[in-house]
Each structure stands twice: as structure tokens, then as C-alpha cells.
Design a protein around this ligand. Structure first.
Ligand code: ATR
Length: 277
């Protein structure tokens, strides 16, 4: 990659999280920057703690950064520090995108858009409006997914180990709840299963009907045991990389002020992940 296009006017974006070393976001955004020939760079920061994150936000407000993508464990703090937030960020109480403009900080969440884009790309025949969808999880990742799925008109049923969290999230988005112990029965009749757990789910997908789609937000490994089981049953599998790339597009546009180019970054990401592509 040539650095010759970087001048004193460079626009700097970054992903911030801890740990961050394996993030694919710099791979994606720098490929797009290069394709467009922008005077821009996208780097990564791993603040030691919340105070370190706040210091980075202060630097952004002072004009040193165009914007940030935010990942664990700073998504909630990112939302709290913002001056204004989009309805999607407010719905999840967290932000994966921060944009600086003249000292002000705007928060947004593009994870939900990313999820819908991933589904659209890898399960193009899937219809969500009026269809039952089972969402595993009620943490940060699940909140973004729940809002997006409900927004697309799906009848979202939330299943989570800690039942109270499932109930709280279901109330917020107007969805239903099934008990964790009944999670396999809950799959009956579902059009889509989305896994938003931070640990591999202990779940047999045999109760899903033929024609159902299974999405796993995890992309390490790309083919999770859940997706492998879905494929073995002939179900449509949607991987977490499609969601990651799906959220990167609107993030890029917000940070760099131009739409992401029509460059498919998936092969690049697959190579970084050590997968064929
Ligand atoms: P994230 O930001 O990745 O969503 P999180 O907010 O900590 O992380 O949420 C983690 C999710 O995975 C939660 O739904 C959590 O369930 P609880 O609400 O019961 O904690 C779920 N989870 C994590 N480890 C789990 C395990 N071993 N079995 C079942 N669910 C698990």
C-alpha cells in the first residue's frame, strides 16, 4: 500500500477496543481508502481503561480524529459520552460509531444495519416482516440485533440464560420471550435463528424447519459449530463476517464523508482470518 497520498490534511479514523489486535476494521477501511485514493488513514487504538478511552474522545473533540468505530468494552461508554445519539444508538444504549464535528460528538449504531445487510447478502430470499425470529442473547450484540429485526417487522422471540435480561429487552422492542431451558422448542416455526451470545450456544438446531436460516454473529471461526450444524441440515447459514462488513459501509461514509467504494473486501478479510477466499 502506498502512503504517498497521506498529507498534512489527512483525515484519521480508527477502531477502538481492548483487545484490538485482531480487528479486521483497519483491513476493510484502508482497502476502501486506497481504492478511492483518499487522503485518509484508519488505525486502531487499545486504551488501557475507561480513562484512556475518555482521553481519546478528548483528542477527537480537539480535532485530532474524524471518527471512531467502537467495540468491546467501550460501546456503552461511547454512547454515554456523546452529545447526540441516533435513535438506533439510543435504542441499544450503546454505540459502535462516533463522529466528531467541530468539537461535538455524535453516536450511532451501525450493527443493526450490518446484520440486515449480512442477511440480505447471504440469505437473499429471507423475509422478515411478520415472521417469527429467535434471537439468542440479551447482551450488547443482541440489543442491536433485536432493534434491527423488530424494525424490519419480524416477530422477535428472545431466549437468554438470564431470563430477566430477555424480558427487559423484549419489553423494549415489543417482542416475546422463551425460557432458556425451552430454547430448542422455541425454534419450532422460526424463519430465522440469530446467535448473539458471547459463548458458543449449546443448542441442537434439529427443531428448525427446512428452509430456515441460521445466522451467527461470531466470525472467529467463520464457520462456527452452529453454522456447520445448520449447513449439515441443509439450512441457509449467514456468517458474522457479512455483518462486520455490512456495518463497516455506513461507518466509512460517516467517518470519511464519502460512500464506501464498490470494492468487495470479503476476500481480503478471509485471507486475514486464514480462510480460503
Ligand atoms: P456482547 O456485547 O458480546 O453481547 P454481553 O453484553 O456480555 O456481550 O452479552 C453476552 C451474552 O452472551 C449474554 O446474552 C449472556 O447471557 P447472560 O445475559 O445470561 O449473561 C450470553 N452468554 C455468555 N456466556 C454464556 C454461556 N456460557 N451460556 C449461555 N449464555 C452465555
Amino acid at each position: 500500500m502506498t502512503q504517498a497520498r497521506i498529507t498534512g490534511s489527512v483525515r484519521v479514523g480508527a477502531v477502538v477496543g481492548r483487545p484490538i489486535g485482531h480487528s479486521l476494521s483497519p483491513v476493510i477501511h484502508n482497502a476502501w481508502i486506497e481504492a478511492l485514493g483518499l487522503d485518509a488513514a484508519y488505525v486502531a487504538f487499545a486504551p488501557a481503561d475507561d480513562d484512556g478511552f475518555r482521553a481519546l474522545i478528548d483528542a477527537g473533540r480537539a480535532g485530532c480524529l474524524a471518527g471512531l468505530n467502537v467495540t468491546a468494552p467501550f460501546k456503552e461508554l461511547a454512547y454515554q459520552l456523546a452529545d447526540e445519539a441516533s435513535p438506533t444508538a439510543r435504542a441499544s444504549g450503546s454505540a459502535n460509531l462516533l463522529v466528531f464535528s467541530e468539537g461535538r460528538l455524535s453516536a450511532d449504531s451501525t450493527d443493526g444495519v450490518g446484520l440486515l445487510r449480512g442477511l440480505d447478502e447471504q440469505a437473499p430470499k429471507l423475509e422478515l416482516a411478520g415472521r417469527p425470529v429467535v434471537l439468542l442473547g440479551a447482551g450488547g450484540a443482541a440489543r442491536a440485533a433485536a432493534a434491527a429485526l423488530a424494525g424490519a417487522g419480524a416477530e422477535v422471540r428472545i431466549v437468554n440464560r438470564t431470563h430477566d435480561r430477555a424480558v427487559a429487552l423484549a419489553e423494549e422492542i415489543g417482542g416475546g420471550v422463551s425460557a432458556w431451558t425451552d430454547r430448542e422448542a422455541a425454534l419450532r416455526g422460526a424463519t430465522l435463528l440469530v446467535n448473539a451470545l458471547s459463548a458458543p450456544p449449546d443448542l441442537d438446531v434439529a427443531t428448525l424447519e427446512a428452509g430456515a436460516t441460521v445466522m451467527d454473529m461470531t466470525y472467529r471461526p467463520l464457520t462456527t459449530p452452529l453454522l456447520a450444524a445448520a449447513r449439515a441440515r441443509g439450512l441457509t447459514a449467514v456468517d458474522g463476517l457479512s455483518m462486520l462488513i455490512g456495518q463497516a459501509g455506513p461507518s466509512f461514509a460517516a467517518i470519511f464523508g464519502v460512500p464506501a467504494p464498490d470494492l468487495d473486501v470479503r476476500p481480503l478479510c478471509l485471507r486475514r482470518l486464514g480462510e480460503a477466499g
